[in-house]
Design a binder for this molecule. Structure first.
Ligand code: ADP
Ligand code: MG
Length: 468
């Protein structure tokens, strides 16, 4: 009857925290033993790295869901790694751990114990040079240059002409949706077009971190280092997400030194200036600032209109300036959102077979985003939450875990997701949470509760009224 509990657990976590958590971490763990008398569940991790990570980040998930599945509220989770598995058994009375019900999941146990399996898994880790991530739509030609981004544009263009020797590293930073990724891909496309045999890698920081983590798990660190040390151009997008990832930072630090000494080109983007990225090792931070730091600001109305015009033309649409101005002036400085608005207008006109006019744009955009639903920013939500629950922002950002503060924090996360355009990760960052799965958990939890809890609904309504 106990068999399958771990798999059920994985299914639940996948639902709640996403498949990445399961694939990267929890699948490597197995359920070793359940001691019903002392209410301790023993888990085995393949090494202490995985053990520490899961312990730091997913303990609450483990306790809650295993507690439910084993019908043992308040159970304790004890982690063993492969090396101390024997010790635990010995200290458990020196006998085989079967005085109490023992559960060894066949699938997970066999993965660790059957000879050869581990090796097979290792060889399946993909570590190879990959250009496939370059998006062909993001070209220098399709990038509108304005006073807000001319430095970043010029620098990006210049590095393609003098790889490694001009601005190295090049660090492009600016707010979300302002064209950083576009420029990075434009560099990639330009290098491809020049076809000078450059070996380049574009990688998002998320993927870089995950790749490094699986390299550790499957003893592929050497191959990982080799891959990155063999490039001529290394582009890493959204480097701010490396914050608090100490081991990945360490690995990047060595790769950086290796490449830089050999005049290989390194380019980073970030939505924060290196100095403002929290949880970044000093020596890596200083290296990020070594070369040129080029920032992108928010575009002016004229630039926003020019961008929209270019996007419309790319869709074979001619749109009058007054309509473009209406869309561009609706407040958003995020080009991604502007594009979204443009596409909605074009799609609506085409579906209803009407001409694109300012009246139509008004109808589409005003209806799609009624005033009360206009996205707000994280600080405004935080302010309203703090004033409603009588906390300070530091409290929301703290490690304090009393029931009340946890509740206020969870409501904050839920409302931030609902009322802003920020990602779970950005919300986690803002509230100084190490892992965005905490935010996902809170958002889903409050979303469920709100449906059947009138009082909570009222609270949220009041907080919303305070924001708008
Ligand atoms: P970031 O990486 O800074 O968050 P992106 O590069 O993903 O932003 O840009 C978001 C969208 O806005 C993309 O579709 C991009 O093509 C477009 N965009 C941003 N700035 C410009 C620009 N100056 N000219 C043309 N398109 C732009
Ligand atoms: Mg980006």
């Amino acid at each position: 009857m106990l068999i399958g509990i771990w798999e059920d657990f994985l299914k639940i976590v996948k639902e709640e925290a996403g498949s990445r958590v399961v694939e990267t971490w929890l699948k490597a763990v197995s359920l070793y033993q359940w001691d019903a008398n002392s209410r301790v569940v023993y888990l085995v991790a393949p090494n202490s790295f995985v053990k520490d990570w899961v312990q730091t980040h997913y303990m609450q998930l483990l306790e809650t869901h295993l507690g439910r599945l084993l019908n043992a509220q308040g159970l304790k989770v004890v982690f063993l790694d492969c090396s101390d598995k024997q010790e635990a058994v010995a200290s458990n009375g020196g006998t085989e751990p079967n005085q109490t019900p023992v559960m060894m999941h066949p699938a997970t146990v066999s993965r660790h114990d059957r000879k050869g399996t581990k090796k097979d898994r290792r060889s399946s880790v993909p570590i190879s040079i990959n250009h496939a991530h370059i998006n062909q739509h993001y070209q220098f030609d399709s990038f509108v240059v304005g006073p807000n981004n001319s430095l970043a544009y010029a620098a990006a263009h210049a590095v393609t002409e003098k790889i490694g020797s001009l601005y190295n590293p090049l660090f492009i930073y600016g707010g979300s949706g302002l064209g950083k990724t576009h420029l990075l891909h434009a560099i990639g496309n330009e290098l491809r077009r020049l076809d000078n045999g450059m070996n380049m890698v574009y990688q998002s920081t998320d993927r870089f971190v995950n790749e490094f983590i699986s390299a550790i798990r499957f003893d592929k660190v050497h191959a990982f280092q080799k891959k990155y040390k063999s490039v001529d151009v290394l582009m890493i997008d959204d480097i701010q997400f490396i914050s608090n990832k100490e081991q990945t930072q360490e690995a990047l630090f060595h790769i950086f030194n290796f490449l830089h000494e050999r005049q290989k080109q390194i380019i980073f983007t970030s939505d924060l200036f290196p100095r403002d990225i929290k949880g970044l090792a000093e020596r890596l931070r200083s290296r990020l600032e070594w070369g040129l730091v080029a920032d992108i600001h928010t575009p002016t109305l004229e630039t926003k209109m020019a961008i929209l015009k270019k996007k419309a033309a790319a869709n074979d649409e001619h749109i009058e300036d007054d309509v473009l101005e209406f869309i561009a002036s609706r407040g958003s400085t995020n080009v991604r959102e502007l594009e979204g608005a443009l596409i909605r207008v074009i799609a609506f006109a085409s579906l209803t077979k009407q001409d694109i006019s300012i009246g139509l744009a008004q109808r589409v955009l005003v209806r799609a985003a009624p005033v009360a639903q206009e996205p707000t920013d994280l600080s405004s939500v935080a302010k309203a939450i703090c004033s409603f629950y009588s906390y300070r922002l530091e409290d929301l950002r703290s490690e304090k875990r009393s029931r009340e503060i946890t509740r206020a924090r969870q409501v904050a996360m839920y409302m931030m997701k609902k009322l802003t355009t920020k990602s779970l990760r950005e919300i986690g960052f803002f509230l100084k949470r190490k892992d965005h799965s905490t935010v996902l958990h809170a958002v889903n939890k409050i979303k469920k509760e709100v449906e059947c809890d009138d009082e909570l609904q009222q609270q949220i309504k009041k907080i919303e009224e305070a924001i708008y």
